[in-house]
Write a protein that binds this ligand. Structure first.
Ligand code: GDP
Length: 193
């Protein structure tokens, strides 16, 4: 898909604040610093739209981006940042659970993982949670440019195995640096619309 327009429409913490209408939504989840903002910016051809490396764990809102007036990306605050208080973590969990389990417009979650390392415990928990609620998942294995091409397949296989990836879910090798995987990511998103 060629992105011709994209803008943040609302930052929401509760359902009353979610955008009205019935556009399909794609949520983006991943641990802090995994490269989620870079992924969003690359997909939208926007440099500074999603804030790169803004204080981890601080953006405790769901940020809705309207794209080409036909779909929403929903940026979910990153998880796994150690310096977040128990209270903040609980608020985060509640917000995410409400959104993921009640939002009918949600078509799929893009789970961003770092292809260099096996998925973290939190990545596995997030994936299990999505599967428990039967939410389709597109796994984005990013930072591919940081390892040699000869290691890509091995690392993808480890990611797939550690997540126990559902055969219906797609895993896509990605790089926000080179744009690798961008077309496949858009095609996969479109297949869920
Ligand atoms: P977020 O906290 O998940 O939103 O992560 P960011 O998008 O802020 O990225 C964290 C760091 O990783 C930043 O320094 C990015 O420039 C870097 N980064 C993100 N994606 C890539 C990638 O695909 N390749 C490389 N080389 N660096 C990346």
């Amino acid at each position: 898909m060629k992105v011709v327009s994209s803008d943040i429409v609302i930052s929401a913490v509760k359902p009353e604040q979610y955008p009205e209408g019935d556009l399909p939504e794609f949520a983006l989840a991943g641990r802090s610093n995994v490269g989620k903002s870079s992924f969003i910016n690359k997909m939208l051809n926007r440099r500074g739209l999603a804030r790169i490396s803004s204080k981890p764990g601080k953006t405790q809102t769901l940020n809705f981006y309207l794209i080409n007036e036909i779909l929403h990306f929903v940026d979910v605050p990153g998880y796994g940042y150690a310096k977040v208080s128990k209270k903040e973590r609980e608020a985060w969990g509640k917000m995410i659970e409400t959104y993921f389990t009640t939002r009918e417009h949600l078509k799929a979650v893009l789970l961003i993982v770092d292809v260099r390392h096996p998925p973290t415990k939190d990545d596995v928990l997030m994936y299990d949670f999505l599967k428990h609620y039967e939410i389709p998942c597109i796994v984005i294995a990013t930072k591919a440019d940081k390892i040699s091409k000869s290691k890509w397949q091995k690392h993808l296989k480890i990611t797939q195995e550690e997540l126990d990836l559902d055969p219906n879910d797609t895993i896509i090798l990605f790089s926000s640096e080179t744009g690798l995987g961008k077309d496949k990511a858009w095609a996969t998103i479109e297949s869920y619309m």
